[in-house]
Design a protein around this ligand. Structure first.
Ligand SMILES: *Cc1c(COP(=O)(O)O)cnc(C)c1O
Length: 433
């Protein structure tokens, strides 16, 4: 191999992709940062061009609900970082999940989901999806065989998170992927908490990855957004169970999306059938904010993880703390899985329990000064919440405990401030308990 071909074959590293993938200087103005194409619609070259765009015979911009050049850079970048073939940017993480399942399920279908998920996803699956006739069966990520047991002839997908919010559960994605492959169904993975910097679940067998870009991808607590990544790995035509992909589409003159678009057909279907018709488009301004955030993803995720590790170790040694659930800690229940899947660090989000129970939890969130008391994660700032008095308040005591939100539980999303300031703030708040 000569030097030229070996240079061409070199794969750029993660940080390089995080800054450059999908972007180039604007061809008309030379603008180096990706411009915000704040326009609803795009002029056609002529009537034939318009017809080809509407018929999916050529790629291009029509209307920002369906696609936008700023959003397209974000899509290409996240696809590159996750190692997928294509992606679709949408208005929120929940919109991403909605479009993924809309592309896979018809009324009466089932899917299996881990019961350890972001609370909003549990609500979406239990209530909103039910009204579409999409039925969830819950499985336990601490007992992988429960995923297999929950599969029926109507099951069309498995859904899980890499690191599960809020409790620091590390999911054995490769083992769940083996179950999905055996059943001939795709594995959908929510990679919001790990981000592709810490974990690329496509390498472990995920067929579709979803993100709440609101969290660490954007990273600055200023923009809601979501992304769907197509791994290009699933054979949608092996059975007739995924008609959006494998059957002629009446919306597009009988085109079969999988046949036409091959290993990025899922991303196309989610766009031209889901996003086009259901409408949760991402604002180009938010795409710009999220792209800017992604440029520093590697730096931020490493600092988030390093800070969280130090804070977890500090809390584990504190006399008023009953327990700390962080996969980076020695002896943690998920330590072995974290060593396998998260060698760079175990992320920013974890929970700990206070010996003083509910009252102590309320005292700590009322006493912090640097931490912000709010219901979000993945900000540069350190965030704290006491689920039992806020997000999980409406649940029965039993349900609170089952959801990992018992009276003594406090959740942190450790920011990227100086770690000594983060620890000092917890120190003074704990002193008031
Ligand atoms: C926040 C979050 C979501 C939902 O995303 P939105 O952008 O708020 O719609 C989904 N999954 C996880 C793990 C989250 O943290």
């Amino acid at each position: 191999m000569n030097d030229e071909t070996s240079a061409a074959a070199r794969e750029p590293g993660f940080s390089t992709l995080a800054i450059h993938a999908g972007a180039q200087p604007d061809p008309t103005t030379g603008a180096r940062a990706t411009p915000i194409y704040q326009t609803t619609s795009f002029v056609f070259d002529d009537v034939d061009h318009a017809a080809a765009l509407f018929g999916l015979q050529t790629f291009g911009n029509i209307y920002t609900r369906i696609g936008n050049p700023t959003n397209a850079v974000l899509e290409e970048r996240v696809a590159a970082l996750e190692g997928g073939t294509a992606a679709l940017a949408v208005a929120s993480g929940h919109a991403a999940q909605h479009l993924v399942f809309h592309t896979l399920l018809t009324p009466g279908d089932e899917f299996v989901a881990s019961r350890k998920l972001y609370g909003g996803s549990i609500n979406q699956f239990s209530h909103a999806f039910k009204s579409y006739g999409w039925n969830v069966a819950w499985a336990d990520p601490d007992d992988i065989s429960s995923f297999e047991k929950a599969i029926t002839p109507k099951t069309k997908a498995i859904f899980t998170e890499t690191i599960a919010n809020p409790g620091g559960v590390v999911t054995d994605i490769a083992a769940i992927s083996a179950i999905a492959k055996k059943a001939g169904i795709p594995l959908i993975v929510d990679n919001t908490l790990a981000t592709p910097y810490l974990w690329q679940p496509i390498k472990d067998g995920a067929d579709v990855v979803v993100h709440s870009a609101t969290k660490f991808l954007g990273g600055h607590g200023n923009s809601i957004g979501g992304v769907i990544v197509d791994a290009g790995t699933f054979d949608w035509s092996a059975t007739d169970r995924y008609p959006f992909l494998s059957k002629p589409r009446p919306e597009y003159q009988g085109i079969v999306l999988h046949e036409t678009f091959g290993n990025f057909a899922f991303a196309i279907a989610a766009r031209v059938l889901g996003l086009r018709d259901l409408g949760p488009a991402l604002s180009p301004f938010n795409a710009f904010m999220i792209l800017t955030g992604i440029e520093t993803l590697a730096l931020r995720m490493q600092r988030h993880s390093d800070n969280a590790q130090a804070v977890a170790e500090y809390l584990a040694g504190h006399p008023k703390v009953a327990w700390v659930s962080y996969p980076g800690l020695k002896g943690d229940r998920y330590q072995a899985l974290a060593q396998k899947y998260l060698p760079k660090g175990a992320g920013a989000v974890f929970t700990f329990g206070l010996k003083g129970g509910y009252e102590a939890g309320v005292q700590v969130v009322s006493s912090v000064e640097l931490f912000s008391h709010l219901a979000n994660i993945g900000d540069t700032r350190s965030l704290i919440i006491h689920p039992a008095s806020t997000t999980h308040r409406q649940l029965s005591d039993e349900a609170k405990v089952a959801a990992g939100a018992g009276p003594e539980v406090v959740r942190l999303s450790v920011g990227i401030e100086d770690v000594k300031d983060i620890i000092a703030d917890l120190e003074q708040a704990l002193a008031k308990v």
